[in-house]
Design a protein around this ligand. Structure first.
Ligand code: ATP
Ligand code: MG
Length: 189
């Protein structure tokens, strides 16, 4: 059998750093971000994913990310569910965690050390009032021209949608949860 030829590579072009929003009520937002991280790491690009709200439960991507280290860094900086599922933390703690996560993401974005910055569930943090949308818009405004910035989470704020280059809305057509099927390892977490 003929040895398979290496796939063709597209010609290099100067990078145009984009603002991408992945929103909607269907499953596939965080995993879309992880997919782009895998893709970027393939070119040796440096990717940081900061997770808002998430931080108290284990997800497969926490260990999956380690396999893509040092190019991919995943930092869960949330305190878990906000106001539901037995959450007894004072709101101020959720707010402080979200602000700290945004400040860290901003500082890393401006450091010049990253090609892609992902703010996972940041749209939810805004929707729940943990973050002021003005602060998120300010961060978007400061994005260096060569950095890609991805904001995920349902119910993206209209102002964030307005300034983004790409907005994809994942629409739920069916979900196993509606059929009484609980979350599956490797698929949902
Ligand atoms: P994933 O992390 O699988 O890409 P997501 O980021 O799009 O999901 P989130 O809103 O962050 O979705 O919720 C994460 C969890 O909620 C996942 O376990 C996911 O399967 C589940 N989920 C997402 N959409 C729905 C839905 N429409 N009905 C029930 N559960 C859902
Ligand atoms: Mg998600």
């Amino acid at each position: 059998m003929e040895p398979r030829k290496a796939p063709e590579r597209l010609p290099e072009k100067p990078r145009r750093g984009l603002v991408l929003v992945i929103t909607g009520d269907g499953k596939g937002k965080t995993t879309s971000c992880l997919g782009m991280a895998v893709r970027a790491v393939g070119y040796g690009m440096k990717v940081l994913m900061v997770q808002f709200i998430k931080g108290s439960l284990h997800y497969g991507e926490l260990d999956g990310a380690k396999r893509l280290a040092p190019e991919f860094e995943l930092l869960p900086m949330g305190k878990g569910f906000v106001g539901i599922r037995g959450d007894s933390l004072p709101m101020e703690e959720h707010v402080a965690a979200a602000r700290e996560a945004l400040a860290l993401a901003r500082q890393r974005m401006l450091s010049g050390a990253y090609d892609v910055i992902i703010l996972d569930e940041v749209n939810v943090a805004v929707r729940l009032g943990l973050l002021d949308v003005k602060d998120v818009l300010a961060l978007i405004g400061e994005k260096p021209a060569n950095v890609h910035l991805i904001l995920s989470g349902r119910n993206a704020h209209e102002e964030v949608v307005r300034v983004a280059h790409l907005v994809s809305e994942v629409r739920s057509v069916k979900h196993p949860y509606d059929q009484g099927i609980e979350a599956e390892k490797g698929i949902d977490y």
